[in-house]
Design a protein around this ligand. Structure first.
Ligand code: CP
Ligand code: NVA
Length: 331
């Protein structure tokens, strides 16, 4: 059956079929070709979108802004603190107001239920630009990146997430791998594993697609033969800074090292949604180095800078894939 996502929200990948996810990846690839050949694609001329950010962003904000402008749309950005939302106006009322003015709404912030609530009341497509639970636009970019590196097919690849395996990115990777038939391995300490209910949901999907979900606290077992090794920061936005000390202690064994990468498949790649603490060139990185003597956190600088690293391709792909998500839902 042909895929038609017109008018749909984009809140989490659990809401989409495997075919719909593949459609968005293929469409992203087409938009990438248009961009790289300088072919104009102002297909949504005359439409307007609004970007609501309750947490900071570089990639997601810029991807939505550039993609919106390339598609010919007007783009409004509302930063954390500059709108009435949440403080003087409920989510429901905000959604009903913005839905009268805009053709689509992006939200980055806290609980998944906030973006679901916006979607229920806006009357126009709502896109999740990251919540505490999920980061779905990141997934389309990540899977496009995997596909570009394994053009013979991504089904059956061993995809390992190292670290805080119950954060928004890890949860979403487990969902997308189960939808697309990859063997997903969550590797981290036992208390930072994805929720049982989500694991059960993904295992049910995996039965249909040939995927598998493995949870382990053994980095050697996880990385052996891996095609993709992925990691993310150890303390996510919205979590208290006091957590750093605890997380450094419990997650240091799960740092992606050259030694672990040596166990992976010869064609393997390293991925990270970014931003990353791979050196001390940030204020937080420098502070952690001073307080705890740790100069590289979730990944060694040598791996981040290695020929296996695809992190900047992945970042670029955010723009092509967010363009595809907006086009597919607004056209
Ligand atoms: N990967 C990602 O979402 O980056 P930003 O926080 O910069 O948007
Ligand atoms: N887990 C990270 C992802 C950032 C893109 C966070 O939520 O801060």
């Amino acid at each position: 059956m042909p895929v038609n996502l017109s008018g749909r929200h984009f809140l989490k990948l659990l809401d989409f079929t495997s075919d719909e996810v593949r459609y968005l990846i293929d469409l992203s690839s087409q938009f990438k070709a248009l961009k790289l050949t300088g072919t104009p694609h102002r297909y949504l001329e005359g439409k307007n979108i609004v970007l609501l950010f309750e947490k900071t962003s570089t990639r997601t904000r810029c991807a939505f802004e550039v993609a919106g402008s390339d598609l010919g749309m007007g783009v409004t950005y509302l930063d954390p603190g500059s709108s009435q939302m949440g403080k003087k106006e409920s989510i429901e009322d905000t959604a009903r107001v913005l839905g009268r003015m805009y053709d689509g709404i992006e939200y980055r912030g806290f609980a998944q239920e906030i973006v679901e609530d916006l979607a229920a009341n806006a009357g126009v497509p709502v896109w999740n630009g990251l919540t505490t639970e999920f980061h779905p636009t990141q997934m389309i970019a990540d899977m496009l990146t995997v596909q570009e590196n394994f053009p013979q097919g991504i089904k059956g690849l061993k995809f390992v997430f190292m670290g805080d395996a119950r954060n928004n990115v890890a949860n979403s990777l487990m969902v997308v791998c189960s939808k697309l038939g990859l063997h997903f391995v969550a590797c981290g300490p036992k208390d930072l594993m994805p929720a049982d209910e989500l694991v059960a949901q993904c295992r049910e999907i995996a039965e249909e697609t040939g995927a598998s979900i493995t949870l382990t606290d053994d980095p050697v077992e996880a990385c052996t033969g891996a095609h993709v090794v992925y990691t993310d920061i150890w303390v996510s936005m919205g979590e208290p800074a006091e957590l750093w000390e605890k997380r450094i202690k419990e997650l240091s064994p799960y740092r992606v090292t050259e030694k672990l990468m040596a166990l992976t498949d010869s064609e393997s790649i390293f991925m990270h949604c970014l931003p990353s603490f791979h050196d001390t060139k940030t204020t937080i990185g420098a502070d952690i180095a001073e307080r705890f003597g740790v100069t590289e956190m979730e990944v060694e600088d040598a791996v981040f800078e290695s020929s296996k690293s695809r992190v900047f391709d992945e970042a670029e792909n955010r723009m092509h894939t967010i363009k595809a998500v907006m086009y597919a839902t607004l056209k």
